[in-house]
Design a protein around this ligand. Structure first.
Ligand code: ATR
Length: 271
């Protein structure tokens, strides 16, 4: 049986939920091993990574500020991580680093579980934001066969930069986002707007079709104003906590060969 020697690496990492999630599954499935949070600053990544390999670590979660810089230190990077342009999960075997990005999987899985009959293929989505999370989400949507994806971002050039990777994207001005919701099947907020302590997300859902599904990747608060508005007008709201947990499921599968079940206990513990 695999023994997991795992860690999340980043700076800061003290608030990371990863140790809680992975230790929960190690215990639940009786898998030997441990999972820690290891603080590594940007300028010490290369040599600290070598140390972790020497110490026998075999599963790493990667968080800020290393998600992009670590790519040059990996031996293999899969197509998903390449398209997203960032790595969040690494398996170490025989001293070699195999990198992927599990955020796209986590996002899609969260939607599939919340709305099992949701059809992605040939449907239309609108993504608010153009940061790292948006890239992973758009990759997930493209992999599922969504053909018409609108992206709108406060800084328009950041959205336009993504068209190089995802040629079918349509960029819409942030000022025109309300009208962009007309005829869409899925709306996703990937910005930090609406998070506790951040500015509110100022958007009108008047043009949103009643059948559209609305997902906010902000999960603190769990029911953001966007989701409350969506729910009050009959749109199905999907909270963001599932994306966090399902991206971890994929890493756990890669490291330990087990597909963990996401239980309410775990969700409550993470919240
Ligand atoms: P992540 O990697 O988590 O996606 P990020 O790269 O910092 O984080 O992206 C944050 C997103 O929230 C961006 O789309 C950002 O818009 P800009 O590219 O214009 O910065 C968006 N965002 C953050 N604060 C915002 C605000 N006050 N109004 C509009 N968008 C905001």
């Amino acid at each position: 049986m695999t023994i997991l020697k795992g860690a999340v690496i980043g700076y800061p990492v003290q608030k990371s939920k990863s140790p809680l999630i992975y230790r929960h599954w190690l215990k639940a499935y009786g898998i030997p091993g441990n999972y820690e949070a290891i603080e590594i600053q940007a300028d010490e990544l290369s040599h600290r990574l070598s140390q972790l390999i020497d110490q026998g670590y075999n599963g790493l979660s990667v968080t800020l500020p290393h998600k992009q810089t670590i790519m040059s230190l990996c031996d293999e990077i899969d197509d998903t991580a390449r398209a997203i342009g960032a790595v969040n999960s690494i398996q170490i075997k025989d001293g070699k680093l195999y990198a992927t990005n599990t955020d796209a999987f986590g996002f899609i899985q969260n939607i599939k579980i919340a709305v099992p009959d949701f059809i992605f293929k040939n449907r239309r989505a609108c993504v608010l934001g153009a940061g790292g999370a948006a890239r992973a989400i758009i990759q997930g949507l493209v992999e599922q066969g969504m053909t018409d994806i609108i992206v709108t971002n406060r800084t328009r050039t950041r959205a336009e930069d993504m068209v190089t990777t995802f040629p079918s994207l349509r960029v819409v001005d942030w000022a025109d986002k309300d009208q962009a919701l007309s005829g869409i099947d899925l709306l996703v907020n990937t910005t930090s707007l609406g998070m506790e302590g951040q500015d509110r997300l100022d958007i009108s859902l008047d043009h949103l079709p009643p059948s559209a599904v609305v997902n906010d990747i902000v999960y603190y608060p769990l029911m953001t104003d966007l989701l409350k508005n969506a729910e009050s007008r009959g749109n199905k709201p999907i909270t963001g906590i599932g994306m966090l947990i399902h991206q971890a499921c994929r890493s756990f599968h890669n490291w330990c060969g087990v597909d963990p079940v996401v239980t309410d206990d775990l969700i409550q513990a993470v919240l």
